[in-house]
Every structure is written in structure tokens, then in C-alpha cells.
Design a protein. Structure first.
Length: 314
């Protein structure tokens, strides 16, 4: 058998096995299960959007766990950066990342308690990062809201042109306000329902004064009220809100100082205990169940404190 025939047979075998592999991959059970699961997630996301719109029309305030998670991703800006990300995929991704860190720590020789702490630390870091993104967008909205009201006051707004005004104002304000104004404008132009577009826009930003302003705009639009008076009243309300927020920020700074003092005192006490017992502090805190329990309690206390501080800062 000549060399050309051998090469031809090898090429045919390679093509045949490649086609067989691609066919098995396409027809495999795992592939079908993945597509079914992804389709079900997309269906759930579409159904949740419909439920959100229905709740906006009925003015229902109670939200499910998945709706709250979706709002959290929206407020942090993650949904705008990754439009196909759903709350289900977000939770699955966090679980997968935590499990990966857990098994990686075990492979590196850590005990199961340490591996569990590493996975919990990763989830805590992700939660803090999301909260920081939410705070950043909140502060950015707070800085641009007065500018937004000033631009609205420069227009002679009537009920028929409110979304056009929002589209004209959006280039002059920063994110995330610019994105939601553009989305509201395009949604109103596409669907023809300005009221629902305004109510949906109010739910895309966490700032309470922005929600109040947009809902008042929707009510004024519905009853053909004078929007100039609404803008003037919103300015006064926003100034009062800004003054109160500055007072809350001073309380937050004082609380952080107190928690830092308490943390320093705790470290001093633990170091003194280490000198009395004669056992390294890391050995007690990381390799014994009481130490791991104490670290867990301290972490929960700090997490609750951080959550309370965020509530005061908004």
C-alpha cells in the first residue's frame, strides 16, 4: 500500500471520527439537558418581567426572592453589563465559585474548616463588591439628580413630549441615570405606553428621590398636571433630603470610628490571652472549633454592622 493511500485513509478516519464526535456532542443527554435548563431559565426570566410589569400596573409593593435578586443585580449595574445574566445563573455561578475555592483549599492541604471559611470569605467578598457597586451607583445618581431637575426645568414640558425631553436630557447626565433615561425613551417610542415606561424606569434605580420624582411625573402625565410646579417642589424636597443625608453620613463616620476602636481593643485582648496561654493565636482561631466559631460570630456581627451602615448611608 502506497504512502498516498495511507494518508488518504488516515484523513478519512480523522474526518469520520470528528463527525462522529460532533454528532455525539450534539445529540448527547448532557447537551440536551443544558439547552433545556437554559431555555427554562430564559422562560422564567421572561415570566418575571411580565410579573414586574403587572405589579407596576397594580401598584403592588411585595416582591419575590427572585425579583429582589434581580433588582440587586440591576442596582449594582451587573445586569446592564451582562444583559443575559439572570438571578438563577448568578446564584449558580456563586455556588460553583465557592465549591471551586473549597476543593482548591482542600487540595492545597487545608483542613475542611479552613476550606469552608475560604468559601464563605469568597461569598462575603462577592456580596461586599456588589454592595459597593450599588453604593457607587446610588451616589452617582445622587450627584446627577439635581442636574437632571435643572435640565427638566429648562424645558417647557407637556404631557405629550415628556419622553422626548428625557431623551434630550440623557446625554448631559452621568451613568446610571443616562442609561435608564435612554431606555425609558426607547421603550416609550417602541411600546407607545409612556406610563409603564416611566414606572419601569423608576424601578431601575435605587435612589428614593428619583423614584418619587418619576412616579410623580407619571401621575402628572396621567392627569395632565403642571409639571413645572412638580419640578420646583422636587428641587426643594431634594435639597432637604441632601441635608439629612449629610447628617446621616456624619453618624456613619462616627460609627466606623467606634467599630475600629472596638476592633483594636479586641486584638489587644486576644494578644494578651495568647501570651497567657502560650499557644499561638492563629492556632486557636483557625484550627479549633471554638476559634472558628468565634471568627464566624465576629464575621456575622461585622456583616450586620456593615448592612446597618449601608442603610444609614442611603
Amino acid at each position: 500500500m502506497s504512502d498516498y493511500i495511507k494518508i488518504l485513509l488516515l484523513a478519512e478516519l480523522a474526518v469520520g471520527f470528528t463527525a462522529l464526535f460532533l454528532w455525539i456532542r450534539r445529540e448527547s443527554i448532557l447537551h440536551q439537558l443544558w439547552h433545556r435548563a437554559y431555555d427554562s431559565l430564559e422562560t422564567a426570566a421572561a415570566r418575571r418581567v411580565q410579573d414586574n410589569r403587572r405589579s407596576l400596573q397594580l401598584l403592588q409593593g411585595k416582591k419575590s426572592f427572585w425579583q429582589r435578586m434581580e433588582q440587586r443585580l440591576l442596582y449594582s449595574g451587573i445586569s446592564r453589563r451582562f444583559p443575559s445574566l439572570t438571578p438563577e445563573l448568578w446564584i449558580l455561578g456563586n455556588l460553583a465559585a465557592g465549591m471551586a475555592v473549597y476543593f482548591l483549599a482542600l487540595l492545597l492541604g487545608a483542613a475542611w474548616q479552613q476550606a469552608l471559611l475560604a468559601a464563605g470569605g469568597l461569598w462575603l467578598l462577592i456580596s461586599v463588591a456588589v454592595n459597593q457597586c450599588m453604593s457607587h451607583n446610588y451616589n452617582a445618581t445622587d450627584e446627577n439628580l439635581m442636574k437632571f431637575l435643572d435640565f427638566l426645568g429648562n424645558y417647557s414640558i407637556t404631557s405629550g413630549e415628556i419622553t422626548a425631553v428625557l431623551g434630550q436630557v440623557s446625554p448631559y447626565v452621568g451613568e446610571p441615570l443616562r442609561g435608564v433615561l435612554d431606555a425609558c425613551y426607547y421603550e416609550a417610542q417602541t411600546s407607545g405606553d409612556t406610563n409603564i415606561a416611566l414606572l419601569a424606569m423608576a424601578e431601575k434605580i435605587q435612589h428614593p428621590k428619583f423614584r418619587e420624582l418619576v412616579r410623580n411625573l407619571e401621575v402628572s402625565l396621567r392627569y395632565s398636571a403642571d409639571l413645572t410646579v412638580l419640578v420646583s417642589q422636587s428641587r426643594r424636597s431634594l435639597r432637604e433630603y441632601t441635608r439629612m443625608r449629610q447628617e446621616r453620613k456624619s453618624l456613619v463616620r462616627e460609627a466606623w470610628v467606634n467599630i475600629l476602636i472596638l476592633g483594636a481593643m479586641t486584638l489587644v485582648i486576644l494578644k494578651a490571652l495568647e501570651a497567657l496561654v502560650g499557644i499561638p493565636l492563629s492556632e486557636i482561631m483557625l484550627h479549633t472549633l471554638p476559634g472558628i466559631g468565634c471568627l464566624t460570630v465576629i464575621g456575622v456581627i461585622l456583616l450586620l454592622f456593615y448592612r446597618q451602615v449601608r442603610m444609614l448611608d442611603q
